[in-house]
Design a protein around this ligand. Structure first.
Ligand code: 5AD
Ligand code: SF4
Length: 460
């Protein structure tokens, strides 16, 4: 190990970027880096970028502009600060970043971050955005090796964790950059995922969110040499005693196979929550988006899922104002939402992403997009309120994760992924407790410990 150094990592975008940043911290820990709280303290500033939203690249360039000033003042103090850009903007822009931003030392795509130490060691400015032949997962150190820096208070030991099982996408929806930035679909072997889940469990993790851009297309190599489905993987992970809760995201309707639907019925540890984006309720728009499913297929799928797990909390993604979307198309989306009744959803105005087919098409005016988005979000908010209101009086399990808003409160997660504020002693942090829901707020539920929880038994 070389001399101690500090890295500051700034993460944009999705849950997979959060996972990737964590793993990059592990890789850099092996090079002597611990984590800094502030960029001005760091020897290396790493931006883990996201390309899904509009002007993503512009935002990265302006962030680099701010860092350039820090780099300059570090140099005045006789220190060397290096800047690395990782993630999907790095992949999409590549060399362009080195050209436009002289302050940047290293550009590394999401499939190449295991090469970060080698790129840094080169000394010269470097870019690595070719999709490598090897899997980065085979070159990562053990998880959780990253140490907090000298100024850092040790964080609470988390009880929930992300675990990437699949990456990339072969679907090529016409609005989406993911197949270009994350590359083709790749699934990690079952044995490696089980190893990582067992290591998380040994560190006190009880709740795992499996990640993949198209997670339910998972087809990893099993220990028996066969190809395993996500349902089979969930069955195997359910056997890890200390893991109590499993979820997965994001799923494509086309890949929601019979065995996965059955897993929601048969596996107690698979939580009643599913993020299942539909994007639009109009068949015309779905076809133009190249979604590979229509409205009827989606609605039937929702019925089958609810037959397997009646209390399933459904979440989704919606795009409004996709090129060619008429008022009638949008009405179809609103009608689909009425039919499905979501527990939550994310919604976006369509934004043209350079290099994707839909970016070339005639665009819907922004005022129209904005008006549709407002209406859609109001409907989703109403459904979310109804879903949450249905919980009043219910007694359910809550995993207590961290201190709550007020002293004497802890905040946890319900099986349906709602935040629950509970009056509970700190000693119960990290425990799954039985809670009766007593109140419904805008962003969280309120609950009281039910009789028979471990601490009450201890006191009695
Ligand atoms: N414009 C608007 N929303 C988009 N999404 C992906 N690409 C675009 C785009 N070009 C949304 C989709 C996807 C979510 C992660 O982001 O709804 O499911
Ligand atoms: Fe993008 Fe998801 Fe479509 Fe893949 S399935 S192209 S990740 S929206």
């Amino acid at each position: 190990m070389s001399e101690p150094r500090l890295v500051f990592i700034k993460t944009y975008g999705c849950q997979m970027n959060v996972y990737d940043s964590d793993r990059m911290a592990d890789i850099l820990a092996a090079e002597g880096y611990s984590t800094a709280e502030r960029p001005e303290d760091a020897d290396l500033v790493l931006l883990n970028t996201c390309h899904i939203r509009e002007k993503a690249a512009e935002k990265v360039y302006s962030e680099i502009g701010r860092l350039r000033a820090l780099k300059k003042s570090a140099r005045t103090d006789g220190r060397d600060m290096r800047i690395a850009v990782a993630g999907c903007v790095a992949q999409a822009e590549g060399e362009e970043i080195l050209k436009r931003a002289p302050a940047v030392d290293v550009v590394v795509g999401p499939q190449s971050y295991h090469r970060l130490p080698a790129l840094l060691a080169r000394g010269a400015r470097a870019v690595e955005t070719e999709f490598p032949a090897e899997s980065k997962f085979d070159h990562l150190p053990e998880r959780g090796t990253a140490a907090p820096g000298p100024t850092r208070v040790l964080p609470l030991q988390p009880v929930s964790a992300f675990l990437t099982v699949q990456e990339g996408c072969d679907k090529f929806c016409t609005f989406c950059v993911v197949p270009y930035t994350r590359g083709a679909e790749v699934s990690r072997p079952v044995a490696r995922i089980v190893e990582e889940a067992e290591a998380l469990a040994a560190r006190g993790v009880k709740d795992i969110m499996l990640l993949g851009q198209n997670v339910n297309a998972y087809h990893g190599e099993g220990p028996d040499g066969e190809t395993w489905s996500l349902a089979k993987l969930l069955t195997r992970l359910s056997q890890i005693d200390a893991i109590a809760r499993l979820r997965y995201t994001t799923s494509h309707p086309r890949d929601m196979s019979d065995d996965l639907i059955a897993a929601h019925r048969d596996l107690d540890k698979v939580m009643p929550y599913l993020h299942l984006p539909v994007q639009s309720g109009s068949d015309r728009v779905l076809a133009a988006m190249n979604r590979k499913h229509d409205r009827a297929f989606y609605l039937q799928l929702v019925e089958r899922l609810r037959a397997a797990r009646p209390d399933l909390a459904l979440s989704g993604d919606f795009i409004v104002g996709f090129p060619g979307e008429t008022d009638e198309d949008f009405d179809h989306t609103m009608q689909l939402i009425e039919k499905v009744r979501y527990a939550s959803a994310f919604s976006f105005k369509y934004s043209p992403r350079p290099g994707t087919p839909a970016a070339e098409r005639e665009q819907v005016p922004d005022v129209v997009k904005a008006e549709r988005l407002t209406r859609l979000q109001a409907l989703i908010a109403e459904q979310q309120r109804d879903f949450n209101a249905g919980m009043r009086g219910l007694t359910t399990d809550v995993l207590l994760e961290k201190p709550g808003k007020h002293p004497g409160q802890l905040v946890g997660k319900s099986p349906w992924l709602q935040a629950v504020q509970v009056d509970a002693p700190r000693a119960l942090l990290g425990e799954i407790v039985t809670v009766t829901i007593t109140g419904i707020g805008t962003h969280s539920l309120y609950g009281a410990l039910a009789d028979g929880n471990a601490h009450e038994r201890a006191i009695a």
